[in-house]
Design a protein around this ligand. Sequence first.
Ligand code: HSE
Length: 305
Amino acid sequence: MNEVKVLAPATVSNVVCGFDCLGFALAEPCDEMTIRRSKEQVVRIINHDDYGLPTDPTKNVAGVALNALIAAAGLDHGFEVEITKNIKPGSGIGSSAASACGAVVAANRLLDDRFSKTELVEFAMAGETLASGSRHADNLAPCIYGGFTLVRSTEPLDIVSIDFPPLCATVIHPQIEIKTSEARSILPKEVPLKEAIRNWSNLGSLVAALAQGDYGLLARSMEDTIVEPVRKSLIPKFDEVKAASLAAGAFGGGISGSGPSVFMLSESESIAESVEAAMRYVYNPTGIPYNTYVSIIHSEGVRFV
Ligand code: HSE
C-alpha cells in the first residue's frame, strides 16, 4: 500500500462546561486528505484550496504532526500529503485538528497501524500546539476516536471515550475571525471556588447524562458560567442564537471551541433542522455571512475512503 485517502471530520470542543477537555466528532464537514510515502525523509504538502495555508512542513499543522510521527518511528522516508480543506481555518470546529489528525491517521495506515490512537493524538498535538499556542487535545481526541471524548490529562495523555445517546448537532459559523490565542488571552486566570464547583458539577452531570442517555440531565448540565460569559462578547447575536435555538427544541449548546461557531445539540435531525432555521432567522438581518451545518455525532473519527 503506497497511498491512503481519509476524511478528517470537524469536531466541537469544550461542549459548554468541558473547557479544554470535552469534545465530539461530527459526520461532516470533513477535510479530504491523500497521503503517500516519499523517498526523501521530508514532508511535502500540497494544498488544494484557496486558504493560503503554509506548505512549509514546519509551519503547517499536518507537517508538524507528521514530523513528530516520523521522528517517533525513526523512518528513513517521508510523506507527501494532499489536503483539500472543507473545514474553514479559524471556524471553531477543529479545522487545524482535522489536518493534523487526518495526516497522522493516514500515515499510520501506511505503517501498518503501528501506533495506538493515543500516540496519534500525541503526534497531532504537536501540530495543534503550533496552531493555537497551547497544548490541548479536546478537538484532536474526538477527531481520532470519534464520538464524545474526555481528555482527563494531556501529560501523560489519558483519553476517555464516553457512550452517548442519539444526538444531532446544529452549527452556525459566522464568517468573522476569532483567533484562538486571543480568545484564550481574555479568559480569567483564576476561578472562584464557587464557580469551579458549579462547573465540575455540570461537567460530571453532562458526562453521566451522555452515558445514561438522560436528555433532561443533559439539558440541565449544559451551563458555563466561566468561559462563555467572557467569550460570547466576541460573537454577534450569541444570546439571541441560543435563545432561539432553545425555543426551537435544542437541549442546549454554546460556543464551539474558541468560536466564532456556535453549536446546539438536539435529539433528532428534524429538531436540529428547526434549530438551523431559528439560527438563520436570527442571523439573516445582521448581514454577516455565515454557514450552517446539521450533522449527527459520528461514532468514528478520521475515516478511510
Ligand atoms: N479548548 C480550546 C479553547 C479549543 O476553547 O480555547 C480551541 O482550540
